[in-house]
Design a protein around this ligand. Structure first.
Ligand code: ISL
Ligand code: CA
Length: 549
């Protein structure tokens, strides 16, 4: 199996708008990130992934790009970017940028031209149809086909109507993409995270979806289109292969059996993907605002299945939250009484699983979901569109607000909590672009840095241990609990080392650990003080990792 830096690294995702505001306008920016590089170095991460920082009207916070070669004015200048990149490299870290090329902004000059007339040279940069050819629904609500006045035709948008889908069938568009990739690669960046990359090749027979089962349509119709792998191989040939960089494709709709088509060695496509197996466990047929319950055995099943599917030939990146999903401690743990214990337990999972871990900003503080009591305080287009639709239909808005508290993307977009001063030290402005989580007085970076027992230092230890332990990176994986509904236990091993990981996914003490017999167990790391009387019992949300001595 290929041994390489991006398998041995840990990613930290920054959502720049919410990370740190350096100039008091209420919006995080690049100089704000520069100010915190030493903080990130202290934590011990290797790769910074920045959510999009390109020029954008911010309909979807930068995932709608109007100039791929310019920095968003609110975030700073190209000079700031260059300084950020060299600051990252000077500290021995790497920088990965977000590549959003399934769609552009409708304010991109390509689209401005494209909509002008049917014979405009940019017409074929997007998908135009005289009539909607199918019943596709957009992720952010409503129809995926939008009528456009100037030419009287419809264009496709899988996300908001300000995010028209690019037409990859057109070789001229593809060359534009490879060229903008080379622009950033030539500046010396270290790779790309690729937004909804499985969606770029469309089914041109335009089949209908089952509107009652949107979640299923993502996999069966939107993702994994007929020319996808041809495009990825071309992208590799024309851009990526000329640089020592890493790629991670965001891969909603990619089932395990197709994974190695994307990331298998010798395919010359991507290095890794982020799969959504666990992220969609609580989505009902109608999507995220139609939540259902999940259980621990399904969750474990996802990790097992993906491990088997990837095997020795491919690689994945492991994440438990990001800028689109609830906070990990709120979603998979207990963000009340056992916030600290469960945040550390989940960190243990993230950093001892096979695959390149990706940490989302604020996890190292144990940040939690937020529950604003008015829709007015929400900023995310997905939430606001859902609200507007519900209002139009006369649906129960209080019920929707509760669902938003549980699943909304603004849960993870409130400002980073740096200290206990007003607005958590994120900004000196009176009002940040989105309100801070009121729990910032207790939960903040200043507090965790002052407490040797904090979540922050637990991450720091885990990061260091992982780096020193090839078995935790390259080693094999196998689940060892037998269908327990509170315990997740697994073994990681290679020829030089063997590790047993025990994770209590419950708020009760639980007895009966499947400990290996006849070997000497040495405690490797735990989120509780060791206590021999608990040898066979895990305390609430306890994580314990043993090494075979
Ligand atoms: O959270 C989701 C929608 O409810 C996911 O399905 C998400 O839309 C999907 O993973 C794609 O996400 C990416 O592309 C979107 C952008 O809004 C997200 O922030 C980005 O991560 C469109 O660019
Ligand atoms: Ca700012």
């Amino acid at each position: 199996m290929l041994r390489t830096w991006w398998k041995e690294s840990v990613i930290y995702q920054i959502y720049p708008r919410s990370f740190n505001d350096s100039n008091g306008d209420g919006i995080g920016d690049l100089r704000g990130i520069i100010e915190k590089l030493d903080y990130l170095k202290t934590l011990g991460i290797d790769i910074l992934w920045l959510s999009p920082v390109f020029q954008s009207p911010n309909d979807d916070n930068g995932y709608d790009i109007s100039d791929y070669r310019a920095i968003m004015s609110e975030f700073g200048t190209m000079a700031d970017f260059d300084e950020l990149l060299s600051g990252i490299h000077a500290r021995g870290m790497k920088l990965v940028m977000d590549l959003v090329v399934n769609h552009s902004s409708d304010e991109h000059p390509w689209f401005q031209e494209s909509r002008k007339s049917k014979d405009n040279p940019y017409r074929r940069y997007y998908h135009w149809q005289p009539k909607p050819p199918n019943n596709w629904l957009a992720f952010f609500g409503g129809n995926a086909w939008e009528y456009d006045e100037p030419t009287g035709e419809y264009y496709l948008h899988l996300f908001s109507k300000k995010q028209p889908d690019l037409n990859w069938e057109n070789p001229a568009l593809r060359e534009e993409v490879y060229s903008l990739m080379r622009f950033w690669l030539d500046k010396g960046i270290d790779g790309f995270r690729m937004d909804v990359i499985p969606f770029i090749s469309k089914r041109l027979d335009w089949p209908d979806i089952d509107p009652e089962n949107f979640t299923e349509a993502v996999e069966t119709i939107y993702a994994n289109g007929p020319r996808l792998h041809e495009y990825l191989q071309e992208m590799n040939r024309k851009a990526l292969s000329h640089y020592d960089v890493m790629t991670v494709g965001e891969a909603p709709g990619v089932p395990p059996r197709l994974a190695n088509l994307y990331v298998g060695e010798g395919r010359e496509e991507l290095n890794m993907i982020f799969h959504f197996g666990h992220m969609f466990l609580d989505w009902g047929p109608k999507g995220k605002f139609d939540p259902k319950t999940w259980d621990l055995n399904e969750f474990k099943g996802v990790f097992n299945t993906w491990h088997q599917a990837i095997g020795e030939r491919g690689w994945i990146s492991i994440f438990l939250d990001n800028h689109d999903f609830p906070r990990l401690a709120s979603r998979w743990g207990d963000d009340g009484l056992f916030r600290i214990e469960s945040a550390k337990m989940l960190a243990t999972l993230l950093l001892t699983m096979r695959g390149t871990p990706s940490i989302y900003q604020g996890s190292e503080l144990g940040m939690t979901n937020v529950a604003f009591d008015r829709f007015d305080d929400y900023r995310d287009i997905e939430t606001l569109n859902e609200y507007n639709q519900a209002k139009e239909k006369g649906a129960d808005l209080d019920a929707l607000l509760k669902i938003v508290h549980q699943v909304g993307r603004d849960n993870v977009r409130t400002p980073m909590q740096w200290d206990d001063s007003p607005n958590a030290g994120f900004t000196t402005a009176e009002e940040p672009w989105i309100k801070v989580n009121p729990n910032y007085r207790d939960i903040n970076a200043k507090a965790v840095l002052a407490d040797p027992n904090s979540i922050f230092y637990y991450y720091q230890r885990l990061l260091k241990l992982r780096k020193q332990t090839p078995a935790l990176i390259y080693g094999d994986y196998e689940q060892i609990d037998e269908g327990s509904n509170w315990l997740y236990a697994y073994r990681r091993w290679d020829k030089d080392g063997e590790f047993y990981v025990y994770l209590n996914f419950s708020s009760e003490p639980q007895k009966g650990l499947p400990l290996p017999a006849g070997v000497k167990l040495q405690l490797f790391i735990s989120n509780y003080e060791p206590d021999p009387s608990f040898r066979d019992t895990l305390r609430p949300w306890e994580a314990r990792v043993y090494q075979i001595a």
